[in-house]
Design a protein around this ligand. Structure first.
Ligand code: RB5
Length: 144
């Protein structure tokens, strides 16, 4: 799968680790920054990734900031983006199966790296169930 990944300074280390992990699993990963630990603004990186996702340059995305909150706010402003801040594997599974989340958000100051990896693994492998859930996610964007 072709994935996009981005973070702010707080999420930089976790982004790098998850990127390496995804690449080792055979995925192609486009890194939208940031590229260093100097303080920066999370909306700038959320916008870059969401624009690429909406343009179909990447199929799904991963965003990391300190809490995951700022990245979630910024990403979910974009119509068509369903960004899920996941704290455990159950949330990761449900965000895909029921909500067809196209962006996974992680908080590097909240979630340890082993848990983050587990969350990512479940999120990557879980398929959207469709059916009644498709009707519901269409309503999020005001379709029907
Ligand atoms: C950066 O200090 C922090 O505010 C940011 O990473 C994120 O947690 C915002 O929601």
């Amino acid at each position: 799968m072709k994935l996009g990944i981005a973070s702010d300074h707080a999420g930089f280390e976790m982004k790098e680790e998850l990127k390496r992990h995804l690449e080792s699993e055979g995925h192609s990963v486009e890194d939208f920054g940031c590229y260093e630990t100097e303080s920066c603004d999370y909306p700038d990186y959320a916008q870059k990734l969401c624009k690429a996702l909406l343009a179909n340059t990447v199929e799904r995305g991963v965003l990391v900031c300190g809490t995951g909150l700022g990245m979630s706010y910024a990403a979910n402003r974009h119509k068509g983006i369903r960004a899920a801040l996941c704290l455990n594997t159950y949330m990761a599974e449900m965000s895909r199966a029921h909500n067809d989340a196209n962006v996974l958000v992680l908080g590097s100051r909240i979630t340890d790296s082993d848990t983050a990896r587990d969350i990512l693994l479940v999120w990557m492998k879980t398929s959207f169930e469709g059916g009644r859930h498709l009707r519901r996610i269409r309503k999020i964007d005001g379709e029907s």
